[in-house]
Design a protein around this ligand. Sequence first.
Ligand SMILES: Cc1ncc(COP(=O)(O)O)c(C=O)c1O
Length: 412
Amino acid sequence: MTLKLPMYFDHAATTPTDPRVVEAMLPYFTEKFGNPGSRNHCFGWEAEDATKLARKQVADLIGADPKEIIFTSGSTEANNIAIKGGASMYARKPAGEAGRGHVITDIIEHKAVLDPCKRLQKEGFDVTYLEPGPDGIITRRMVENAMRDDTILVSIMWANNEIGTINEVPQIGALCHEKSVIFHTDATQWVGKMPTDVNADGIDLLSFSGHKMYGPKGVGALYVRRRRPRVRLVALQEGGGQERGFRSGTLNVPGIVGLGTACEICTNEMDSERERLLALRIRLEDGIVAKVPEVQINGHADKRLPHLTNISFGFVEGESLMMECKDIAMSSGSACTSASLEPSYVLKGLGVGDELAHSSLRMSLGRWSSEQEIDYAIETIAKGVERLRALSPLWDMHNEGIDISKIEWAAH
Ligand SMILES: Cc1ncc(COP(=O)(O)O)c(C=O)c1O
């Protein structure tokens, strides 16, 4: 097989839509275009049947009941509904007053969690931001130590989008249920790749997006527990009362059909895909470590997603390395924040210094990644690092045995 360039190693940013998903969606644009809210003719019934099937496909992937699935435009919206809608519902004091309740999250969440939490702070809630250790993991113990009598909501992501580390979600879920605190997890990078059971894992609210799991963009879901406990939320958007009133607005039927199909494919293929991708990731990491000196793989050695790696290349700028490897799509920092020149707040949150944080690349593999691509990437990255280091006075100094961290640079 010939290698097709450019190649795509950025599946944590978005995935290509699986052709089987596109095929399932197509009739719902033209022939089967009805509004599921049209209760009195066959066009509406047909659309309603399609969303019903998709709801079941989504629910089956995460061990939920179809009635517990709320379709949204993606994880950002699902996180907003869960965090702002949940905190407002369980607030101890009315809007406008201080001391409305305590929320726990952590500093390496996606902005789609951090920003709603900041909003809560402006609206009278207290928010604790947990800090992970150098392995990037948020543990049950950390959450337990932060719990207060007035804690109403915990929001901890399942797997981190920049480094792929996996938090102690089932343990945190169990803790929250012991303490009768609502537990939300942003599972955008987890669902569809790793087994999920909202009941066994003690989850009350769970967000994910179609386009991270070979479904279309602009559609996702929020799981809202209906029993033990029945979770209630204040709706952020008012209107036609669709989706049990949690998310008004005409349903995106083709998108929902696509999401459902993507979920069904993941249910059937996840186990074999996970093993294949883990073998590829190990091949990639081993190849780079063998060929390139002074590299560091960020995050916990094992408690990581199988398809994602984040590597710091000492004495090299991540952005420059990407320019050296233009035919490999990778990411330095998360796609959503890579417009800024600030080093990644996630890596800094783990205690990675500015230098190494600036020199890191995230590579995330996917359904069509191949060994051939991995081997090409290892060669290309190794050559790129070599070229950049050949131009770097810091690299020369390092090789001469000078400890660069101890140099006092002249200030101007
Ligand atoms: C962990 C996490 N949460 C939330 C989001 C936002 O997802 P969307 O843009 O589909 O709403 C992303 C996307 O990168 C993510 O990785």
